[in-house]
Design a protein around this ligand. Structure first.
Ligand SMILES: NC(=O)C1=CN([C@@H]2O[C@H](COP(=O)(O)OP(=O)(O)OC[C@H]3O[C@@H](n4cnc5c(N)ncnc54)[C@H](O)[C@@H]3O)[C@@H](O)[C@H]2O)C=CC1
Ligand SMILES: O=C(CO)COP(=O)(O)O
Length: 597
C-alpha cells in the first residue's frame, strides 16, 4: 500500500518538490554543493577521488522531499545493490562521503539512527539529485508510442515553453534512443543516455534563461522507474518542470485541462463499447467513426471533441496504462465491465460518475462506488452534480461535487476536472454525494409525472422540495454521518433541479403519463433515448425493497408514490395527493443545515 501510494503520489503535481533531498538546515542539496565552486557538468563526474571516503564539512539531517530515497545497505558503499524506498522522516548522516565511479555522492547513514548504509545525496554529473518514480519501465516499453522519452520530451518541452513555445514531442523523439537499449543497460549506462536527452532539450532552448546547462537529465533504472536530474541544480526551475513530468503518465485526462496543466498527458482514451452505427448511409463501428470524426454520432451527436480524445474499443487496452479510471456507464454494466478489464496499474485510482447501483447488503445500503472499490481494490471517489451531458459537452457553465476521502487524490483530481466552465468542489462525504446523485433520478420521475399531467411550476417546485427532504431522510437513515451541507452542493439541490427540468428521467416519465398506460418503460426508453439508458426507474426498483425492509415507506411518501405510479399502476395524479401530516421541512435552521459556527 505504501508503495502504491508512493507511486501514485509521484505522479501528482502536488508532489512537485518532495523527492528532493534537502538538508534540514534549510539548504537543499544544491545549495550545499554550491559552497564549493560549481564545476561544469563534465567536471562534476571527476570531482573528488573516486571510491575514496572523504569527510564533508557537516554531519546532519537530510529531508527526503519527494518521499523516496536511494540507499545502499551495509558498510561498504562500493556495493552494487541500490534500493529505492519511501521515506518521510529525515535521514541522519555522518560527515563521511563516498563518491561512486559515476560521480554520485553518497553520505554515510548515522549508525545511531539507521542500520548501516549509504544514501545518495548528489546524482551523477550533478549537484542535486531528484529521484522520481514516474512510470514502470515495462509500462513504457509496451506503450504503442515509440519510447518513454516521449514523456521526457514532455518535460523538456515544458521547460522550453517559456522561451520557445511548445516543442513538439515528435521533434524531440527524433533524438532519442530505443527502449531495448535501456532494458539491456546497466543503471550507469542509463545516465549516459540521459545526456542525449538533455542535449536534445538544450538544442531547442537557446534563450538566456535556459542555458544548455539547465537542461533536464533523465535516466531510467533497469528495474523500473525514471530518475530525473536537473543539470546545474537550479532547484526552483527544476521544480516548475517537475510538475510537467510528475503526472505526465496520467493516461486519462479531461480534455481542455491537459492544455492548461502540462503535468497531465494529452491523450484521453475512452473505452467505447463498440456497436455498429449507420454513418452516411454505411454501417460502421462507432469507435471507428469517432476516431475519424471525433463525434460520438450515437450518444453525443453534434459535438466534436478535441483531436486528442481517442476511442478504444478494446477494454483491456483502454485501461491497462491508465492512472485514473473515470467510470461513466449505466450501472447495470459495471460488474461485467470490471470482470472483463484485465490487468490495471496497481497505482490506479477511480472516479465514478455513475448515478445508481444501490444494493442492500447485510442491512447496509451498498453503493456503486463500494462495489467498484471491492472489485478493483483501489481508491474510488465519486463526481456528481448538475451535469446534463450535452450541456457540459457544449461548454456551458456548471458545477460538480467530488466526493473523496484521500487528500492526495483529491488535489490531483480537482485539478484534473476543474476548469472555468466546470467548477469542482471537493468534499469528503462519498455516500452523501453518491446517494444524492442516485436518488435525484427517482425524484425526477415524479417531476416528469407532474409535467405529463401539465401541472405548473409551483407544483413542480413543491415536488422538488419534498423530494430533497425525502432524499435527506433516506440517506441519513443509512448514513447518519452524511453532512447537511452536502445537500447544498451541486450534487444535491442543483442536480435535483436540473434533472427535474432537463433530464431524461423527467422526459420519459412525462411520456409515461401521456401514454396513459399503453407503453412500458422499456418501450419509452427505446423510443426517446436512442440507446441511452434510464437510471431512475432502475434506482426506484433498487430502493423499494430497501424502503420496505426498513419500514421507511411511511416516512418517504413521495418516493413510495413514485414507485407505485411507475410499477404498480397507481394513478399519476397521486403524486400530488401525498398524505398530510408529513414533516413540513427536514431542514430547520437548528438541525445543522446552515452550519453553525
Ligand atoms: N448523461 C448525463 O447527462 C449524465 C449521466 N450520468 C451518469 O453516468 C452514467 C452513464 O450515463 P450515460 O453516459 O448517459 O449513458 P447512457 O445512458 O447514455 O447509456 C449509453 C452508454 O452505455 C454504454 N453501453 C451500452 N451497452 C453497454 C454494455 N453492454 N456495456 C458497457 N457499456 C454499455 C454505451 O456505450 C453508452 O456509452 C449513468 O449512471 C448516469 O446516471 C452522470 C451525469 C450526467
Ligand atoms: O445526471 C444527470 C444530470 O446531472 C442526467 O440526468 P438524466 O439521466 O435524468 O438525464
Amino acid at each position: 500500500m505504501e508503495e502504491m501510494e508512493s507511486r501514485y503520489h509521484s505522479m501528482t503535481c502536488q508532489a512537485k518538490s518532495m523527492y528532493q533531498l534537502t538538508c534540514v538546515c534549510g539548504h537543499d542539496a544544491n545549495s550545499h554543493s554550491q559552497k564549493q565552486a560549481a564545476p561544469s557538468a563534465q567536471e562534476q563526474g571527476q570531482e573528488g577521488p573516486i571510491g575514496v571516503l572523504t569527510d564533508a564539512e557537516d554531519a546532519g539531517m537530510w529531508n527526503v522531499l519527494q518521499g523516496v530515497w536511494i540507499r545502499k545497505d551495509g558498510e561498504d558503499p562500493a556495493t552494487q545493490q541500490v534500493k529505492k524506498a519511501k521515506r518521510k522522516e529525515p535521514i541522519h548522516c555522518t560527515a563521511q562521503r563516498w563518491r561512486g565511479p559515476s560521480g554520485g555522492l553518497w553520505a554515510q547513514l548515522d549508525a545511531a539512527k539507521h542500520s548501516p548504509g549509504w544514501v545518495l545525496i548528489e546524482g551523477l554529473f550533478l549537484r542535486l539529485v531528484v529521484i522520481v518514480v514516474v512510470v514502470e519501465i515495462d509500462v513504457m516499453l509496451h506503450q504503442s508510442r515509440p519510447w518513454p522519452w516521449i514523456w521526457v520530451a514532455g518535460a523538456a518541452a515544458a521547460a522550453c515553453d517559456r522561451c520557445l513555445g511548445p516543442v513538439t514531442r515528435k521533434s524531440l523523439q527524433d533524438h532519442l534512443v530505443s527502449p531495448e537499449a535501456v532494458l539491456s543497460s546497466e543503471w550507469l549506462l542509463a545516465s549516459t543516455l540521459t545526456v542525449q536527452v538533455s542535449r536534445c532539450a538544450a538544442r531547442r532552448c537557446q534563450c538566456s534563461e535556459h542555458s544548455s546547462s539547465e537542461a533536464l537529465h533523465v535516466g531510467v533504472f533497469p528495474e523500473g522507474g525514471a530518475c530525473i536530474y536537473s543539470l546545474d541544480g537550479d532547484f526552483r526551475k527544476f521544480c516548475e518542470m517537475w510538475g510537467s513530468i510528475g503526472a505526465v503518465s496520467l493516461n486519462f485526462t479531461i480534455e481542455g485541462n491537459t492544455a492548461r496543466h502540462p503535468e497531465f498527458e494529452d491523450d484521453l482514451t475512452v473505452w467505447m463499447f463498440d456497436e455498429e452505427v449507420q454513418h452516411k448511409g454505411v454501417k460502421r463501428k462507432l469507435s471507428e467513426v469517432f476516431n475519424e470524426t471525433k463525434e460520438n454520432v450515437k450518444y453525443l451527436p453534434g459535438i466534436t471533441l478535441p483531436s486528442h480524445v481517442k476511442a478504444e474499443p478494446d477494454l483491456q487496452k483502454a485501461v491497462m496504462y491508465a492512472d485514473v479510471l473515470i467510470w461513466v456507464l449505466p450501472h447495470q454494466f459495471v460488474a461485467r465491465t470490471v470482470q472483463n478489464m484485465g490487468k490495471i496499474k496497481d497505482t490506479c485510482v477511480s472516479v465514478s460518475l455513475i448515478k445508481g447501483g444501490l444494493e442492500l447488503e447485510g442491512g447496509k445500503l451498498g453503493l456503486c462506488s463500494d462495489l467498484l472499490r471491492k472489485l478493483l481494490g483501489h481508491e474510488v471517489g465519486v463526481l456528481m452534480g448538475a451535469n446534463v451531458a450535452n450541456e457540459v459537452a457544449a461548454g456551458e457553465f456548471c458545477e460538480a461535487t467530488l466526493g473523496i476521502k484521500d487528500k492526495k487524490h483529491q488535489n490531483t483530481l480537482v485539478k484534473l476536472f476543474d476548469c472555468k466552465t466546470f467548477r469542482v468542489t471537493a468534499v469528503d462525504d462519498i455516500p452523501g454525494v453518491e446517494l444524492c446523485g442516485a436518488l435525484k433520478n427517482v425524484v425526477a420521475l415524479g417531476a416528469g409525472f407532474c409535467d405529463g399531467l401539465e401541472y405548473g411550476g409551483n407544483t413542480k417546485a413543491a415536488l422538488i422540495r419534498i423530494g430533497l427532504q425525502e432524499m435527506k431522510t433516506f440517506i441519513r437513515y443509512f448514513y447518519p454521518e452524511v453532512k447537511d451541507s452536502t445537500f447544498l452542493e451541486s450534487c444535491g439541490v442543483a442536480d435535483l433541479i436540473t434533472t427535474c427540468f432537463g433530464g431524461r428521467n423527467r422526459k420519459c416519465a412525462e411520456a409515461f403519463v401521456k401514454a396513459k398506460g399503453t407503453k412500458s418503460w422499456d418501450q419509452i426508453e427505446k423510443e426517446l433515448l436512442g440507446g441511452q439508458k434510464l437510471q431512475g426507474t432502475l434506482t426506484a426498483q433498487e430502493i423499494w425493497p430497501v424502503m420496505q425492509k426498513h419500514n421507511l415507506c411511511d416516512k418517504l411518501p413521495m418516493l413510495t408514490t413514485i414507485y407505485q405510479i411507475a410499477f404498480e399502476d397507481r394513478a399519476p395524479w397521486a403524486i400530488v395527493k401525498l398524505p398530510s401530516g408529513m414533516p413540513t421541512s427536514a431542514f430547520h435552521e437548528d438541525d445543522g443545515f446552515f452550519e453553525k459556527k
